[in-house]
Design a protein around this ligand. Sequence first.
Ligand code: ADP
Ligand code: MG
Length: 339
Amino acid sequence: MRSRIQILDNNTINKIAAGEVVERPASVVKELVENSIDAQATSISIEIVNGGKKYIRVTDNGTGIINDDIKLAFLRHSTSKIKKVEDLERITSLGFRGEALASIASVAQVQLLSKTKDSLSGRQVDVHGGEIISNKEVGCPKGTTVIVKNLFYNTPVRKKFLKSDNAESSHISETIYRLALGNPNIAFKYIKDNKLILKTPGNGDIYSTIYSLYGKEFADSLIKINYNGDDIKIDGYIAKPSYTRGNRNFQYFYVNGRFIKSRLLSKTLENEYKSLIPINKYPVCILYIDTNAKNIDANVHPTKIEIRFKNESILKYILSKSIKVALEEKNLIPSVTIN
Ligand code: ADP
Ligand code: MG
């Protein structure tokens, strides 16, 4: 009998992978900006039109891509960030799976322009639906620009699942807030339908970054958290109990620079606020946890929004202690002295 099992062609494989990595325009923004961050950019600008469905552009002043490497960047599992399986144990970059550009380019019309500091000219590559349609020398500044047009133009069913421009824009905004808060050393600029939406100073200061994004009233409600252990460091802010939210969307946790969602961390935070805020209200935080890469596993989720901690109980103990101390210092909870 003739064999019925076939190995899928690359374009089909990329479209399947795109189903995991590229859920909506905001996922494209996330992947492109993360690439810019990994390329040591100090300035990143994002422009979108029509909720990112029509047009997304991310420009950075990072390292750029070596001319000959540009077409490799669009291949699946092609990455400059890891080389072998042991590297997965010590990931310091946001990307490492080598999937994003290949996935995005398989479901959109992508143009990438890039130049390294040592190269005299840059390169422009156009990839439509996974096919390279042009690859030429151009003049451009050092860094990389990626333009993604007409997302899901060749996968009509997925396109149909996209929401209104407003709904998609708000996903993008949330994505950019997460990235901008997580990288106070990078100057972010976000333009939506020709209107400037946000700008961060990029001066490395967490407080002024928060201030630039949320304004004075919120910045005034912040309490500093700082723990400096050998193995774990925690930095950032919690908000006073008078400043709460109806959901967990204003709990920003970063581990080694990566925004994550973590039940463990949220519960630990909430536990310290339990007696201070009403039921159904959630405390607010922007916390940065730094630890040796070997203490976490980031390779558990395609979008890497969840990670695994090797030693949960120590982290939980340190976080709750740091929050307790900070709240006590502001006299928000009574400290008990035993004579
Ligand atoms: P990953 O980020 O997982 O390595 P991607 O598909 O997102 O995979 O990108 C593939 C490769 O293209 C990266 O490893 C990097 O070498 C290069 N690249 C992509 N975007 C940029 C950028 N903005 N600046 C410099 N290099 C980039
Ligand atoms: Mg990437």
